[in-house]
Design a protein around this ligand. Structure first.
Ligand SMILES: CC(C)(COP(=O)(O)OP(=O)(O)OC[C@H]1O[C@@H](n2cnc3c(N)ncnc32)[C@H](O)[C@@H]1OP(=O)(O)O)[C@@H](O)C(=O)NCCC(=O)NCCS
Length: 212
């Protein structure tokens, strides 16, 4: 496991695509294989203050965890510096519904509700290819990113989960996340409070959670 850099973008796009269908392979859903990663993973290699880790084995990068400490500031940065690039990349004639949904998101990105950000201003994404799943890498990646956020004084983080990704919900709950907003169709929003005053930064995910 190491910090991610710009050279990891291509591998991160692949991981994002192959885990993009509620945790499963989304390759068949897209005509543009890069678009999903350009929306959900690669921006975190460029955004100010972002934290990004990858895990790699002999076959290359097979997973990442990316986060930003301040989601509202990140959304401003996306609007100014990232979405304009994607808006120039119009859907090709063979674009699939999933491609078009990502283009719509870049054209008209939703903003995260301020009440969610008050106690949980950060957010993250973690994705591993199947060959590294179930071996503790998700926990390690997340702990490393959470420690860095906590050391920077971040109060808490949130994340959204696809409504059909029960496995990810179980993983996050095991690591101490609680439900901030129940699933009303688009999937639940989970959260973790961090305690920067805690010796060593945040509580180890899964061992202690102030909200549980
Ligand atoms: C979800 C994901 C990140 C979890 O990472 P992982 O490396 O497979 O999980 P870990 O091996 O680190 O598991 C950490 C803990 O969660 C628990 N856990 C993981 N999956 C679980 C499940 N389905 N049910 C119950 N517990 C589970 C493990 O038992 C482990 O607990 P322990 O350390 O106390 O034994 C990974 O499987 C993945 O990338 N899946 C595909 C993409 C995805 O769904 N990403 C999340 C999008 S919101």
């Amino acid at each position: 496991m190491r910090r991610a850099g710009a050279a990891d973008a291509a591998a991160m796009r692949v991981v994002c695509l192959r885990t993009g269908a509620a945790g499963g392979d989304a390759t068949a859903l897209h005509a543009d294989p890069d678009l999903r990663g350009e929306v959900w993973a690669v921006p975190y290699l460029h955004a100010p203050g972002a934290v990004a880790r990858v895990v790699e084995d002999d076959d290359g990068v097979a997973g990442y965890c990316v986060a930003v400490p301040d989601t509202a500031a990140f959304e401003e940065w996306l609007e100014a510096s990232w979405w304009p690039r994607l808006r120039e990349r119009r859907p090709p004639p063979d674009a699939t519904p999933a491609d078009r949904a990502l283009h719509r998101l870049a054209d008209d990105p939703p903003r995260t509700a301020p009440e969610l950000l008050a106690d949980h201003p950060a957010h993250l994404h973690v994705d591993l290819l199947p060959r590294l799943q179930g071996q503790g890498w998700g926990r390690r990646l997340l702990a490393s990113v959470v420690d860095e956020l906590a050391a920077a004084g971040v109060a808490g983080l949130h994340l959204g989960v696809h409504p059909e990704n029960a496995r990810a919900v179980a993983f996050y709950e095991r690591l101490g996340f609680t439900t901030l907003r129940p699933d009303t169709g688009g999937g639940p929003v989970l959260g973790l409070r961090l305690r920067p005053d805690h010796p060593g930064g945040a509580p180890a995910p899964g061992t202690e959670n102030p909200e549980s």
